[in-house]
Design a protein around this ligand. Structure first.
Ligand SMILES: [Zn+2]
Length: 147
């Protein structure tokens, strides 16, 4: 299978994932690999790594989290945007990243994280998930609306 994506430095944040060729809407790009952990463990981990400003958590609908920092792959470098061009499709405890739009070679891939953090309503945590994607209609946060 030819590689669809490549990881390199992103103008948005740290490293990013970029299309290495034209991608069709709906095309499956990669799996979001990592260790499945509880939110409480993710929060403890975030406290330790918070200074680096890069976390690799993907929230599952069952309240657990995929930690791309453990046994993760290049999907953990996907940056957040409120106007994403990729979507995550969850199948049990696995997450697959698909293109949601036609994407040109060299374009950066973005996912709308929509993190749900019921257990972490404190202001400090919210501030650490501020979104600066600058997209039109940016929610200003990587958290899901209403969480
Ligand atoms: Zn945004």
């Amino acid at each position: 299978m030819p590689r669809r994506v490549v990881v390199r430095r992103s103008p948005v944040h740290g490293r990013g994932v970029f299309a290495s060729r034209a991608l069709e809407p709906g095309e499956q790009l990669l799996e979001y690999n990592g260790k499945v952990i509880a939110w409480s463990a993710a929060i403890r981990q975030y406290g330790k790594s918070g200074a680096t400003g890069h976390t690799y958590f993907f929230g599952l609908s069952n309240g657990r989290v995929i930690d791309g920092g453990q046994r993760g792959n290049s999907a953990r470098w996907l940056n957040h945007s409120c106007h994403a061009n990729c979507e995550a499709i969850e199948i049990e405890d696995r997450v697959f990243i698909h293109a949601s739009l036609a994407i040109a070679p060299g374009e950066e891939l973005f996912l709308d994280y929509q993190l749900t953090v019921d257990d972490l309503a404190d202001e400090e945590t919210r501030l650490s998930y501020v979104c600066r994607c600058n997209a039109l209609g940016c929610r200003g946060t990587m958290l899901a609306v209403g969480s």
